[in-house]
Design a binder for this molecule. Structure first.
Ligand SMILES: Nc1ccn([C@@H]2O[C@H](COP(=O)(O)OP(=O)(O)OP(=O)(O)O)[C@@H](O)[C@H]2O)c(=O)n1
Ligand SMILES: C[C@](O)(CO)[C@H](O)COP(=O)(O)O
Length: 228
């Protein structure tokens, strides 16, 4: 059940509008990326972290890894212009592992029990993602904000990370995407187009991605609740 994890952290955080990469925003005095790294550092089944970063933030990331004693980082690599390119760069550094996880640096609240369930499922099926059932009513609308249709909600899932794969499957999926100039918003979508089935492991709504400023309110609330 051992695995390595690629953590893309090379975004700009434009939607967060913090004037810096959101990985460095502090939650209860620790940067977001440190919260995320610690989850994997403390999981005995994780035997390697590949951290994907912006070149001009390399010193900052290296300092954090050192000062928070994150010892499982086996590689720090440069990201690309899109998340998918960043993950592909990281994937090339995976060594000696049958299973690879991809997990957003900006998702600091995933629980280890769910990571293990996900890894187990990926070992059995080849590809698995964490997800939660969609709770809202979803409508499709035109550009001028007129509703076109109400989408049937049953069967809709909000997809999260980590996503877990047999390494060879994810490598193949990324190579096909590169060949076809296909850009997906997650890694599983590349695997789906091989085609290859992707299994869902039901996760938790607290595994939020920090995307917009309001997510920081939820993040602080989650941390406070967990501390009590
Ligand atoms: N070229 C990119 C883009 C994103 N990411 C990472 O992928 C994760 C999910 O991306 P997202 O939430 O979109 O982060 P940003 O790209 O930073 O945000 P934005 O789109 O608002 O600029 C983040 O951990 C982000 O750092 C990355 O490694 N390389
Ligand atoms: C990978 C992901 O976090 C799954 O929900 C998401 O697709 C990333 O997308 P974004 O466009 O970078 O927010």
């Amino acid at each position: 059940m051992n695995y390595q994890v690629v953590i893309p952290a090379a975004g700009q955080g434009k939607r967060m509008n913090a004037g810096k990469n959101k990985q460095f925003i502090k939650l209860q005095s620790k940067p977001v990326i440190v919260h995320t790294l610690k989850i994997f550092e403390e999981d005995p089944h994780c035997n390697g972290i590949i951290l994907v970063i912006n070149k001009d933030e390399q010193i900052e990331f290296e300092d954090l890894v050192k000062s928070y004693k994150i010892q499982k980082v086996i590689s720090i690599v440069q990201g690309g212009s899109e998340r998918q390119h960043s993950v592909y760069n990281g994937l090339k550094k995976v060594t000696d592992s049958e299973i690879v996880l991809v997990h957003d640096g900006a998702r600091p609240f995933v629980k280890t029990t769910l990571i293990h369930e996900l890894v187990q499922t990926a070992m059995e099926t080849g590809a698995a993602v964490l997800a939660v059932p969609v709770k809202d009513t979803i409508k499709r609308a035109s550009a001028n904000l007129i509703v076109n249709e109400t989408v049937e909600r049953s069967g809709l899932w909000a997809i999260q990370t980590p996503q877990a794969f047999h390494v060879s499957i994810l490598q193949h999926a990324h190579e096909l995407a590169l060949r076809d100039d296909y850009l997906g918003t997650d890694d599983a979508s590349l695997v789906e187009r091989i085609p290859k089935q992707v299994a869902i492991v039901e996760g938790e709504y607290t595994n939020i991605k920090l995307t917009t400023p309001d997510d920081l309110l939820f993040a602080e609330a989650i941390l406070q609740r967990w501390e009590n």
